[in-house]
Design a protein around this ligand. Structure first.
Ligand code: 1GP
Length: 248
């Protein structure tokens, strides 16, 4: 079974939880330990990536350690072509739709595509949308983004429909790692209503189970948490349980 089939099959039974590991934040061995912990607590997949250019230094080694430490799919989450590394099961082959620079919409992807083919990594086509979270985030700054205003869900809907019509299978509504405020519920609802069977991923600034439940109730198919996995295992576990317990 490939990763797309795994996600489809799992989603038929409920909402998924993915854990984001940024290789820049700890040693490769520690990244492996985080992945093992996430799997033990019920997370359904590991995403590996970061916005800080330095994260690529430890990326290859981190992917190796993570692959060794868990059985759930390991999915690359690149911020440029340098985020493509061998050994992962899949890659979110993503276009930063609301970037002002063609570099993040298609140029980095063109450079990375050859590597994806060469390494035999399964591409998961995704539109990546960065939503204003009330604070500056690395993803927004690095990707030269015009953030979607929090009170304008219709802008997110417009981009998400464009993604669906391009044939993308995922839309990621991103508040940014460590965001002050997560993506608003109204926006998640409006996007899910518009895109139907396209998987809606929500992440950024989710640091308690209640917030995760609200995103699930709003229609998210996959919830992503990163920072809390590094900072507080107990709260992280309660978020995973909330996601898996509040099924839609
Ligand atoms: C960032 O959405 C992810 O790309 C995770 O965000 O680190 O705030 O959980 P947090």
């Amino acid at each position: 079974m490939n990763v797309m089939e795994y996600i489809r099959e799992k989603r038929a039974g409920g909402v998924l939880h993915f854990t984001l590991i940024d290789p820049d934040r700890q040693s490769p061995e520690k990244s492996g330990e985080l992945a093992a912990m996430a799997e033990r607590l019920g997370s359904d997949g590991i995403m590996v990536g970061g916005s800080n250019p330095a994260h690529v230094l430890g990326l290859h080694e981190a992917v190796k350690c993570i692959k060794k430490s868990c059985k759930i799919p390991v999915i690359l989450f690149p911020s440029s072509h340098s985020g493509v590394a061998p050994g992962a099961d899949a890659i979110f082959f993503m276009s930063l739709f609301n970037s002002r620079s063609p570099q993040y919409i298609v140029e980095e992807q063109a450079k990375g595509a050859i590597m994806v083919r060469q390494y035999g990594i399964e591409p998961l086509p995704m539109a990546y949308l960065i939503v204003d979270s009330g604070s500056a985030t690395s993803a927004g700054w690095t990707g030269d983004v015009k953030p979607i205003p929090r009170e304008k869900p219709e802008f997110a809907v417009a981009y998400s429909l464009a993604a669906k019509y391009f044939g993308m299978r995922f839309v990621y509504l991103e508040g940014g790692s460590g965001a002050a405020h997560p993506v608003p519920d109204e926006m998640v609802k409006a996007v899910k209503h518009a895109v139907g069977d396209v998987f809606v991923i929500v992440g950024g600034g989710i640091r308690d189970p209640q917030t995760a439940r609200e995103k699930v109730a709003s229609g998210a198919d996959i919830i992503v948490t990163g920072t809390i996995a590094e900072n507080n295992t107990e709260v992280f576990g309660s978020i995973v349980r909330a996601v898996k317990g509040s099924q839609k």
